[in-house]
Every structure is written in structure tokens, then in C-alpha cells.
Design a protein around this ligand. Structure first.
Ligand code: 0A1
Ligand code: ZN
Length: 895
């Protein structure tokens, strides 16, 4: 454990390295309790700056030896402090030798070298390498690595590291070794090793330039039949990056390894990507369509990092969005293209919109909340206490939106030119966000100075839109204004450059051609306006009739759009907006309005009534067979509770839940015949395939069951039970189970029991079982609080606080996906939260901090809830030996 109050690290404090490590030879004598790491660093002085000692970083290391140029380092040469060690090296170059001993088996933080199910694995981003050996563990220290692994041959027959295998063989005492050499200099955060009992699915493919490369997906033996989809995803990613960005795999071998214990999704270590097993393993019987989709995008994400992250990396961790925002944007584009191609010409636009909706849902529910709370930070933060706390939705998802805006402003070709210039200037370097945007500006002759404010300003901007039609001059004026609310440490906000895509819809539901004042060309029906001032108006000419504006099409900027629209207008756009994203958004806005009114009525004890107009508009969507089922499923899924809580002032989860249950029941009851008829048209025949058309049908069918089950419609419940009894793939199985769990049906418990019996030995499938129960609503008013179930599940033999996936499935779902139960009026959820955060922190601070964040926006809630939360936040803040990770979260929450 580090110091109790971690100091804040400032972006402005960056200083270059005094010594480069040109090469490192690492030798690992692997042993679960006592691994000896021998390291030889070939150092050369950075002659550009004033002489200074070599500074190495280390954590929880036992030093067995330290030499300089082969001679034991004299004590006077070495100075040591908390987490660092400096060696006063002479001359222009030196070789430093260090031997350390570490205990991987007792490493429960899953950062550094650790043991999982008998194998050795590493996780070095962001600062895990310093838990392996002393090193300049920062991303601008780029080094050529040669790695020798030595381990017991029986328990660890497979020995992997980055780059190329150059030698391997047996050793005495039942041990063996392998030597790997990575031809590319890299920062230590991209180092990886794996020593375990694994098998691989292999493919040989030829790259665009004609090189044959070996691809491997390594898993435990029993999981080999679940690797095909990850391999296909990898091959598709390779092809896409060649075609879209001209980027080719630069290694002879590319490996993916699945591990059961992993804090995050996956890690892009050079040539040796290590994945949370959840994002590798899939077969129809165990993985849902959504799992297949996630695997495809995570495999792509890690693969794309090979160029955006690895070949060009970050100068310091403040630049994290340089690699993450860009790589998320790339994986989003890849997934959209994959969906569009599979959907064919007729379905491509809808398929792309469905993907965009998915991404925006996450952004609005998670990132907007982050931007409105105590952890709000710009996509390029100015300071942090613990870097692990900054792998955030802001850095990743808002960062991707910022890249998307560049793509929108510069066009696909201009963006590609900027990327080409970026690689031509910076390949092999550790650079900054400014370097990236400068390349975009230079390649396009575009001034992006104002655009850079997106990198430095936190908070979600509000864009207000208001239109006025002038029949006499046949013109329509759209007034746009922007305002970004203050965030911690940033009270004054400057106007941003915001691309606002706009269309005007005529009374017949068709888009009108657009001609902006001062411009000649007419004909386009969606126009990207550049809002750069606090307030600006845009005048459209030759507008024959009063139009309905459709603003922020495709969600062209990560902002909150304030546009006054009455119910009739929302219903009109819900039925006619030609921009599929905005059509969905109109449905969401209408639903949000209805839900917030119902919530206020519930809080005041008034009778709840769902407006007939809303039900009619909803019914029209449900029955619009011309619409792609995947889109219909999106449009009829209500806004998430997390998002709605952000829209309430103050947030009160109990009446919100009452409102949501009432609305689900009403839509299930009033539209029961429509839902049942829909179910009959949606069945997918033939063997399971992961395909957007089939997935869309299954998603809509499962949604129909959810409404029917919520309303207790007997035929709907019977349908769910029948589907559950004979499900042929996990999407149908979990869909039916979810519908039963979200109902008052007595069949609920039997289904949960049957599911457990069938999958008791399958950890990943059981995660779904844990998550469903932790996220369950109480449809039966006599049922016990969900917290009781969560407590009971914690003692289930399949549950373990040591496994992050289990923690996220059970505790994460309860804290984040079940606000009404978690925020119970007696405060029991909060006391439980504090107990778990403290218990987790002792073993895994990163996981504990992620759980701790579920209460960071506590000041949104009612005064009564706030008072209860404060007590628990203070209890956690006062716990002894608290990690810097959790300390930063709770201190910022309480500040
Ligand atoms: N760079 C990885 C995610 C990752 C980040 C941090 C980790 O440990 C603290 C682990 C993985 C990615 O973007 O996929
Ligand atoms: Zn990433």
C-alpha cells in the first residue's frame, strides 16, 4: 500500500528523462511465492538536458542486488525515497543490473505480476511494471526488451512474452525456458508475460503487403471451442485497419490470451494482448449477441492500439486520451462498418444508427454523470492523485466524441490525411494530444486552436436551439447558443467549436433541401453548422413551409441539447425524422418527459396516468414493420435509470422506480396484443449465427417479453417460460430469464434455479445470473429487499471478492443498475456499500475504487438520502490504510 494521502500530480510538471534505457534484458525465474527478476538496463544520458541521476520507480520490491557496470553499487551512489530510487551515474552510458524478488501469489491487486488459476500473468498499464522491477516506469521511456522466462514445465508449459520467440528449451529440475525479443522499442506499460497451461487456436494470414503472420488465441484447454469468434474478429480488424487507414500488422506473430482474473476489459501489450476471458470466450450456448458484439469491439480496440498507442504512444499519462479516445473512435467506426456490411445496402444506415445509439446511451448515462460530479475532468486532465482512477468514460468515450468531431469537421479524407501525417511525423515516439491535433490542422490547412478547448475544458456543454419561420421571406432562422456549467476547479468556461448537424423536416415528413444564407449550393438535407460563439444564428433560405427542425443529427457533438418541443412535435419526429438517430432520440425525449411527470406524481401521491399520445406513438413504432427490428428495440427501450437520475433535481430513486414500473406495466397491458403478435413474427429459425439481422430480431423479441412479463400478461409469461424451457442459444435463454426475473411470476425462482443448475461450473455464464438478481426490481411488493438476495449470493460458492468479474456482476450491478434498491430509505444499501469498499480495498484498490465511484454523485439525491450517504462516505474516508485510489474518490466526493 502506498502513502495514505497521495500527492496530486500536475500535467504542467512534466520533465524529460535524464537517462534513456536503450535496451533491457529481463530474466524471470518464475515461482508462485518467490519469483526472482534479474534486469540489465543499458542506459545512455540525455545530452539535451542538464545532468541528473537515473531515476527508477519501484513498489513492493525486495532488492537482492544492484550493480553499475558490473560492480556492486556503492551506497553513496544511490538515494532512495518513497517509491523511487536514484543512481548517480557517471559519463554518457552505463549498465545497471538489478535483482529483485517478488511474490506473485500474494499479489491480489492484479497489477504487476500475479497468479490466476495456477498461471502467471502481468498487467502493467499504467504503473504495474514498477511492481515487477525497478525501472523508469513512465510512458516516454521507450526501450528494446529481451525477456527470458524460466518456469516449471508441468504447470506452465506455455511461456509467452512480447515480440518474437528466439529460443526455448528444457532445464534441469523439470523446468524449461523461452527467450523472446521485441524488435520495437516500447514503454514498460506495454510489457507482458504469460506462463501457464494453455492451448491456442491458430491461423496464418497474409497481410496487405504479402507477409505471412501467425495469429493465436490462447485459452485453457476446455475453452478451445469458444475461441473462433475472437479469431474472426481479429482477422476482420486487421483487414479493416489495412483498408481504412493503410495500417498493417508489424509483427510476425500476434497473440491474444484469456485470463479469468483481470481488472479491466483487456490490454494491448505489444504482440501479446491479455484479455479478461469475458471478452474472448464465446459459443452460442454461453454467450449472448451482446457478448459477441463486445468481443468483436474489444478485440478490435486492442488490435488498433498497435498503431494508436503502441507505435505512437503517450508522452505522459495526462495524454491518455491521445491513445484511448482515438482508439475507441476507431473501434466504433469498425463495428459500425461491420454491422453495415452485414446488413446490406438497404439496412446499412439503420445498422449504423443502432451502433451510434448504443454508444451514445453509454456516453449519456455514464460520461454525462461523471462530467456533472466531483470527478469531472477534461479529456486531458490537469492533475490526478492516482492514474488508475482516470481510465474514465471522459477520457475514453468523450475522448472518442472529440475525435469524431474532428472527423465530422474535416471529412473522412481530411481525417485520413491527418492520420497519415501523424504517423509520418511521430512513428516510434511518445507524444501529446497537441501533436495529434497539430497534424490534423496541418494536413487540412484548418485552424483548430479553438477546437483544442475540448481537451482542456471539463463539463458537458448545453446547446440551446430555437427556430423561427418567416413565411413572408420564406426563411427559417435557427438560433444556437452554448453554455458549459462550472466544474470543480474550472468556473469560467470559454465557448467551444461545436459541429451541429441540422435538418429541416417538412409537414409531409420529408426533409427539405437546405440553403444557408450567403451560400449558393442547395440540395443537401443535413448540414453541419459550426457553432463557435456563445450565440449564433443561421438563416436558411427558400424554405417553402414552416419546418420542424431536427437538431444534432447523429449526435454530432457530446452536448445536452435544449430544444423546446411539445408532445405533438416529438411524436411527429418519432414517426418521421429521417435521421434514425434523431428519430430514436425523439422517442427517448418523449419517454423521459412522461417518466419525469409520472415520478413527480408518484412522489406527491397522485394517481399515475400514462398519456394516450405517448402510448399511440409507441404503438406506431412497435407496429412499423418497415423499421429494422434492432432499431425498434432501441427506440422502445426506455432511458436508463442512471440517465434519468441525472435529469432529476433532486434525484429520488424510489418514486422514479414506481414511475418506471407503472409505465412498463401500462405499455405491456395496453399493447399486449401488439407485443404478442410481434413475438410471433420474430422467431429466428436455423442454427445460431452472430448476425445483426438475427440479433435485432432476438433483441426485439426479448424486449417484447420484458413488457409482457412486467405487465403480468399470462400469454407473455407463458411465452417466456416456453422460450426458457427450450432455449437453443444464450441470447434467448437470458432474454427469457430476464423477463421472468423482472416480473411477479412465481416461475421466477424455478427458472433461476434451473439456470444455476445448468451453468454452475461456468463462471462467465454465472456472472449473468448474479447480475440479473442484483439488478432485479421488486415487481412483487411482498418480496424481500434485493440487498438480502445480494448478501445471500455473496456466500454462494461461485462468488468471490477476489475475482473482479464477480464483483462487477453482483456488487456493481446492485450499486449501479438498481438505484431504487441501493438507495433504500433506511440507508442499508449505503452501509453495505461502505463495508464492501473497505473489504475490497484491502485486496484490490482498483476494483474498490470503481465500486466506490457508485456514490460520487451523492449530492444529486434528496437531503434525506444525502445525509445517510455522507455518514458512509466519511466512514470509508476514515478507514485505516485506505489506498490512494479510494482516498482520491471519497475525498473528492466529500470536498
Ligand atoms: N489500455 C487498455 C485498458 C487498461 C487500462 C488500465 C489497466 O489497468 C489499470 C488495464 C487495462 C485498453 O484501453 O484497452
Ligand atoms: Zn484502449
Amino acid at each position: 500500500m502506498k502513502t495514505e494521502h497521495a500527492p496530486s500530480i500536475q500535467r504542467s510538471d512534466y520533465t524529460p528523462l535524464a537517462w534513456n534505457v536503450d535496451g533491457v534484458d529481463l530474466h524471470f525465474a518464475l515461482d508462485p511465492a518467490a519469483t526472482v527478476v534479474t534486469s540489465r538496463l543499458r542506459c545512455s544520458r540525455n545530452t539535451q538536458i542538464a545532468p541528473a541521476p537515473l531515476r527508477l520507480l519501484g513498489e513492493d520490491l525486495e532488492v537482492l542486488g544492484l550493480t553499475v557496470d558490473g560492480v556492486e553499487a556503492a551506497p553513496g551512489l544511490v538515494t532512495q525515497g518513497e517509491g523511487w530510487l536514484e543512481i548517480a551515474l557517471e559519463g554518457r552510458s552505463a549498465e545497471v543490473g538489478i535483482v529483485t524478488r517478488i511474490n506473485p501469489q500474494s499479489n491480489t491487486s492484479l497489477s504487476g505480476l500475479y497468479v490466476s488459476r495456477g498461471g502467471f500473468f502481468t498487467q502493467c498499464e499504467a504503473e504495474g511494471f514498477r511492481r515487477i522491477t525497478w525501472f523508469p516506469d513512465r510512458p516516454d521511456a521507450m526501450t528494446r526488451f529481451t525477456v527470458t522466462l524460466e518456469a516449471d514445465a508441468a504447470s506452465c508449459p506455455v511461456l509467452l512474452s512480447n515480440g518474437n520467440l528466439i529460443e526455448q528449451g528444457p532445464l534441469a529440475g523439470g523446468r524449461h525456458y523461452a527467450r523472446w525479443e521485441d524488435p520495437f522499442p516500447k514503454p514498460s506499460y506495454l510489457f507482458a508475460l504469460v506462463a501457464a497451461k494453455l492451448v491456442a487456436l491458430e491461423r496464418r494470414v497474409t497481410t496487405a503487403s504479402g507477409r505471412e503472420v501467425l495469429l493465436q488465441v490462447w485459452v485453457e484447454e476446455g475453452n478451445l471451442d469458444r475461441t473462433e469468434h475472437a479469431m474472426d474478429s481479429l482477422i476482420h480488424s486487421m483487414r479493416w485497419d489495412e483498408e481504412v487507414f493503410g495500417l498493417e500488422l508489424d509483427l510476425d506473430r500476434f497473440m491474444i490470451v484469456a485470463v479469468s482474473d483481470f481488472n479491466m476489459g483487456a490490454m494491448e501489450n505489444k504482440g501479446l494482448n491479455i484479455f479478461n476471458a469475458k471478452y474472448v470466450l464465446a459459443k452460442p450456448d454461453t454467450a449472448t449477441d451482446v457478448d459477441y458484439e463486445h468481443i468483436e469491439s474489444v478485440v478490435a480496440h486492442e488490435y488498433f492500439h498497435n498503431w494508436t498507442g503502441n507505435r505512437v504512444t503517450c508522452r505522459d499519462w495526462f495524454q491518455l486520451t491521445l491513445k484511448e479516445g482515438l482508439t475507441v473512435f476507431r473501434d466504433q467506426q469498425f463495428s459500425a462498418d461491420m454491422l453495415a456490411v452485414a446488413a446490406g445496402d438497404a439496412g446499412a444506415a439503420s445498422a449504423r444508427a443502432v451502433k451510434r445509439i448504443d454508444d451514445v446511451r453509454v456516453l449519456r448515462a455514464v460520461q454525462f454523470a461523471e462530467d456533472a460530479g466531483p470527478m469531472a475532468h477534461p479529456i486531458r486532465p490537469d492533475s490526478y492523485q492516482e492514474i488508475n482512477n482516470f481510465y474514465t468514460a471522459t477520457v475514453y468515450e468523450k475522448g472518442a466524441e472529440v475525435i469524431r468531431m474532428l472527423h465530422t469537421l474535416l471529412g473522412a479524407e481530411g481525417f485520413r490525411n491527418g492520420m497519415d501525417l501523424y504517423f509520418s511525423y511521430h512513428d516510434g515516439q511518445a507524444v501529446t494530444c497537441d501533436d495529434f491535433v497539430d497534424c490534423m490542422a496541418e494536413a487540412n490547412g484548418h485552424d483548430l486552436d479553438q477546437f483544442m478547448r475540448w481537451y482542456s475544458q471539463a463539463g458537458t456543454p448545453h446547446v440551446k436551439a430555437a427556430g423561427a419561420y418567416d413565411a413572408a421571406s420564406r426563411s427559417y432562422t435557427l438560433m444556437l447558443s452554448q453554455h458549459t456549467p462550472p466544474t470543480p476547479g474550472q468556473t469560467d468556461k470559454q465557448p467551444l467549436l461545436i459541429p451541429v448537424a441540422v435538418g429541416l423536416i417538412g409537414p409531409d415528413g420529408r426533409d427539405l433541401p437546405l440553403r444557408l444564407e450567403g451560400e449558393n449550393h442547395a440540395g443537401v438535407t443535413t448540414r453541419v453548422l459550426e457553432l463557435s460563439e456563445v450565440e449564433q444564428s443561421f438563416r436558411f433560405l427558400d424554405v417553402a413551409v414552416e419546418p420542424v427542425p431536427s437538431v444534432l443529427r447523429g449526435f454530432s457533438a457530446p452536448v445536452i441539447l435544449d430544444l423546446a418541443e411539445d408532445d405533438a412535435r416529438l411524436a411527429f419526429r418519432m414517426a418521421h425524422d429521417t435521421d434514425a438517430f434523431n428519430r430514436w432520440d425523439a422517442a427517448q425525449r418523449f419517454a423521459e418527459r412522461v417518466i419525469l411527470v409520472l415520478t413527480a406524481d408518484a412522489a406527491a401521491g397522485r394517481t399515475l396516468a400514462v398519456p394516450a399520445d405517448f402510448v399511440a406513438a409507441f404503438r406506431a413504432l412497435l407496429n412499423d414493420a418497415a423499421l429494422d427490428p434492432a432499431f425498434r428495440a432501441q427506440a422502445m427501450t426506455l432511458p436508463s435509470e442512471g440517465y434519468l437520475i441525472e435529469r432529476m433535481q433532486p434525484a429520488d430513486p424510489a418514486p422514479l422506480r414506481v414511475a418506471l414500473m407503472h409505465l412498463m406495466r401500462a405499455l405491456g397491458t395496453h399493447l399486449a396484443d401488439d407485443w404478442l403478435a410481434l413475438c410471433r413474427t420474430l422467431e429466428v429459425t436455423g442454427p445460431y449465427r452472430y448476425h445483426p439481422t438475427d440479433a435485432g430480431r432476438r433483441a426485439l423479441g426479448n424486449l417484447a417479453l420484458k413488457y409482457l412479463a412486467a405487465a403480468g400478461v399470462p400469454e407473455g409469461l407463458a411465452w417466456a417460460q416456453a422460450q426458457f424451457a427450450r432455449f437453443g442459444n444464450m441470447t434467448e435463454g437470458v432474454g427469457a430469464l430476464a423477463a421472468l426475473v423482472q416480473s411477479a411470476s412465481p416461475a421466477r425462482e424455478a427458472a433461476l434455479g434451473a439456470f444455476h443448475a445448468r451453468y454452475r461450473d461456468d463462471a462467465l455464464v454465472l456472472d449473468k445470473w448474479f447480475a440479473l438478481q442484483a439488478g432485479a426490481w421488486r415487481w412483487d411488493a411482498t418480496a424481500a429487499p434485493v440487498l438480502e438476495r445480494v448478501r445471500a449470493l455473496m456466500v454462494d460458492p461461485a462468488f468471490s471478492l477476489a475475482n473482479p468479474n464477480k464483483v462487477y456482476a453482483l456488487l456493481g450491478s446492485f450499486f449501479r443498475a438498481n438505484p431504487a434498491e441501493f438507495h433504500a430509505a433506511d440507508g442499508s444499501g449505503y452501509a453495505f456499500w461502505a463495508d464492501q469498499v473497505i473489504a475490497l480495498d484491502a485486496r484490490n484498490p482498483q476494483v474498490a475504487a470503481r465500486m466506490a465511484r457508485s456514490l460520487e454523485n451523492w449530492q444529486r439525491f434528496t437531503p434525506a438520502l444525502q445525509a445517510l450517504i455522507r455518514v458512509q462516505l466519511e466512514r470509508v474516508a476514515g478507514a485505516t490504510g485506505l489506498s490512494p485510489d479510494v482516498t482520491e474518490i471519497v475525498e473528492k466526493a466529500l470536498a
